[in-house]
Design a protein around this ligand. Structure first.
Ligand code: NAP
Length: 387
C-alpha cells in the first residue's frame, strides 16, 4: 500500500508519519511538503524522526514538494508519475491559525488547497481511501455543555468561533462533492494538546495556551466546564489504527469522550502542584477578560471588580514588567478561552468499538504532568505573536 500524506511537518502530521512508517503494510509514504529543494525536504523529514529517535527509512519516505496555495498544484500532481500508484491519501495539512489576520490564508489553504488535492485524487487509478483529518470543533459554538455525536456535523447552520472551524466544516462538504462515499474516511480529533509520553512534544501549540494560563493565574473562565483534550501520540495511533480497522462508519471522533474528559480546574491543579512558587489559580467570570485588557492599557475604571484582586495585579506587574505584554497574551488566548467555555465533549464510542486496539485516552490533567518541564520553556510572547 502506498500512502500520500500532507502536513507531515506539522504537530499531528509528524506523529502520523512516524506511526505510518512503522506499518509493514505500507510500502511507500509520499510526503507532500513545502520546501525550496529536495535536500531541504529530506532534512525536514529526517528531523521529524530525529526528535524522538525514531527509525527513519529513507527508501520508504519520499518527499513530494508542493504548496496548497500553488494555483497549478493539481496539474503538478497529475504530471508526477511517481505518485500515480497512491492507494491512500491522508490530508492533514491545514492552516490552523485562530487569528483573524490569517482568515484569508486559512480559507485558501483549507478549502482551496483541499479542492486541488481532490481534483488530483479523483483521477487516481487505485485510490481506496481519502482520509481527511477534520476537527470535532466543526460543530460550532452553539452546542454547549454536552456530549456531541459525529452525525451532528457538518451543519451549515452552525456558527463558528473562528474561521478555521468554518473552513474545516466546508472541507468535509467539498470532499463529498468530489469523491464517492466508499472512498471517504473522516477522522475528527478534538483538541490535541501535548504528548502523554515523557518526550519533548512536537509542538507548543495548545500547550502554549496552558502555559499562558499558568502564568496569568487569575483566569477569566469557568473552572468546571468540560474539556475534551487528547495527546498527539494517542491521536496519531488512533487515526492510523482506524485506517486499518474494519469500519462501520465514515466519520469518527478521535477524542477523550466523557470518560477521559477534564476541566480547566483539574488541569490547573496539576500545574499548581508543580509550579509551587506562583500564586494560586483563581477562576473568575469571562467578563473580567475585558477588565484585564483595560487594566493593561491603563484605562480601567477605579470601581472595577478586577481591583478586588490586588495580589494578582502586583504579581503581573512583577512578572510582565510591561503590562502591554498581557494584552498581547490575552489577544492570543482569547479564542482558546472561547473554546474552553463551550463545555463540549465528543463521543468516542464509534472509535472504541470499531478499533479494539484503541482504549480510552488518559485525561489531560493526568498526562499533562509529562509536559510540565516543556511548558516552563515555552516563549509566551513568541507564541502569542505567531498564533
Ligand atoms: N492540533 C489540534 O489540536 C487539532 C485538533 C483537531 C484537528 N486538527 C487537524 O489536524 C490536522 C493537522 O493539524 P496540526 O496540529 O498538525 O497542524 P500544524 O502543526 O499547524 O501543521 C499544519 C501542516 O500543514 C502544512 N501546511 C500549512 N499550509 C500549507 C500549505 N499552504 N501548503 C502545504 N502545506 C501546508 C504545514 O506545513 P509547514 O510545516 O510547511 O508549515 C504543516 O505540515 C489539521 O488538518 C487540523 O485541522 C488539529
Amino acid at each position: 500500500m502506498n500512502v500520500f500524506l500532507t502536513g507531515s511537518t506539522g504537530f499531528l502530521g509528524g506523529e502520523l508519519l512516524v506511526e505510518l512508517s512503522k506499518r509493514k503494510e505500507i510500502d511507500k509514504i509520499y510526503c507532500f511538503l513545502r520546501a525550496f529543494s529536495e535536500d531541504e525536504a529530506n532534512i525536514k523529514l529526517e528531523n521529524i524522526f530525529r526528535i524522538h529517535h525514531d527509525y527513519y527509512d529513507e527508501k520508504k519516505i519520499i518527499p513530494i514538494l508542493g504548496n496548497l496555495f500553488d494555483e497549478h498544484l493539481t496539474d503538478l500532481l497529475i504530471k508526477n508519475n511517481t505518485i500515480t500508484d497512491t492507494d491512500v491519501i491522508i490530508h492533514s495539512a491545514a492552516n490552523t491559525s485562530f487569528s483573524k489576520i490569517y482568515d484569508d490564508m486559512v480559507e485558501r489553504a483549507n478549502m482551496g488547497g483541499l479542492e486541488k488535492i481532490l481534483l488530483w485524487a479523483k483521477q487516481l487509478p487505485h485510490l481506496q481511501t481519502f482520509l481527511y483529518i477534520g476537527t470535532a470543533t466543526i460543530c460550532g459554538k452553539d452546542i454547549k455543555n454536552r456530549l456531541i455525536f459525529e452525525d451532528e456535523s457538518p451543519n451549515l447552520k452552525a456558527s463558528h468561533l473562528v474561521k478555521y472551524t468554518y473552513t474545516k466544516m466546508h472541507g468535509e462538504l467539498i470532499i463529498h462533492r468530489h469523491l464517492t462515499e466508499d472512498k471517504i474516511l473522516i477522522a475528527r480529533p478534538s483538541i490535541i494538546m501535548g504528548d502523554s509520553r515523557k518526550v519533548v512534544p512536537r509542538s507548543p501549540v495548545i500547550l502554549w495556551a496552558a502555559a499562558t494560563i499558568n502564568q496569568l493565574r487569575l483566569i477569566p473562565a469557568d473552572a468546571n466546564s468540560m474539556l475534551d483534550m487528547i495527546p498527539v501520540n494517542y491521536a496519531a495511533d488512533a487515526i492510523v489504527s482506524l485506517l486499518f480497522a474494519n469500519r462501520n462508519h465514515k466519520v469518527y471522533h478521535i477524542s477523550s469522550g466523557k470518560a477521559a474528559s477534564t476541566t480547566p480546574a483539574k488541569v490547573c491543579s496539576t500545574m499548581e502542584a508543580y509550579f509551587t512558587d506562583l500564586p494560586p489559580f483563581r477562576f473568575k467570570s469571562k467578563l473580567l477578560l475585558n477588565q484585564i485588557k483595560l487594566w493593561a492599557k491603563g484605562k480601567l475604571q477605579p470601581e472595577s471588580e478586577l481591583y478586588k484582586y490586588p495580589e494578582y495585579l502586583d504579581y503581573w506587574h512583577h512578572v510582565f514588567e510591561d503590562p502591554s505584554a498581557i494584552r498581547i497574551l490575552l489577544a492570543g488566548l482569547d479564542p482558546y478561552l472561547g473554546f474552553m467555555e463551550l463545555g463540549q465533549v465528543f463521543d468516542n464510542t464509534r472509535l472504541l468499538t470499531d478499533v479494539p486496539s484503541i482504549k480510552q485516552s488518559l485525561p489531560a490533567d493526568v498526562y499533562i504532568s509529562n509536559c510540565l518541564t516543556f511548558i516552563e520553556k515555552i516563549d509566551l510572547l513568541e507564541g502569542a505573536l505567531n498564533p
